[in-house]
Unconditional design. Structure first.
Length: 98
């Protein structure tokens, strides 16, 4: 039994040493990457998007980010037709169940 206890102690020690080594390695790796990235971020900053002024919206034509009225009308018509068809189907199913 004494031999088995020693093996368990040795296995626990190896496991703990391995966990400490992996934790230290990953911590150093994160520090290294953050250091390198901070130096690269100073050299190559991200481009800043300019904010558009929305107060003068009436004078602007529809841009790519805005939907045209024709598209809005087409989508509204499709949704209305879908709701009408599915409300008729659900009412027919309810009549059959009764």
């Amino acid at each position: 039994m004494n031999n088995m206890e020693q093996q368990f102690i040795e296995a626990g020690t190896l496991m703990l040493a391995g966990m400490v080594f992996v934790f230290a390695f990953l911590s150093l790796l994160i520090l290294f990457i953050n250091t390198v990235l901070s130096k690269l971020a100073d050299k190559f900053p991200d481009p800043v998007k300019s904010s558009t002024n929305r107060s003068n919206k009436k004078n602007k034509k529809a841009t790519n980010s805005e939907l045209s009225p024709a598209i809005v009308a087409a989508i509204s018509g499709a949704v209305t037709r879908y709701r009408q068809q599915h409300s008729q189907q659900s009412s027919a199913k309810n009549k059959l169940k009764k």
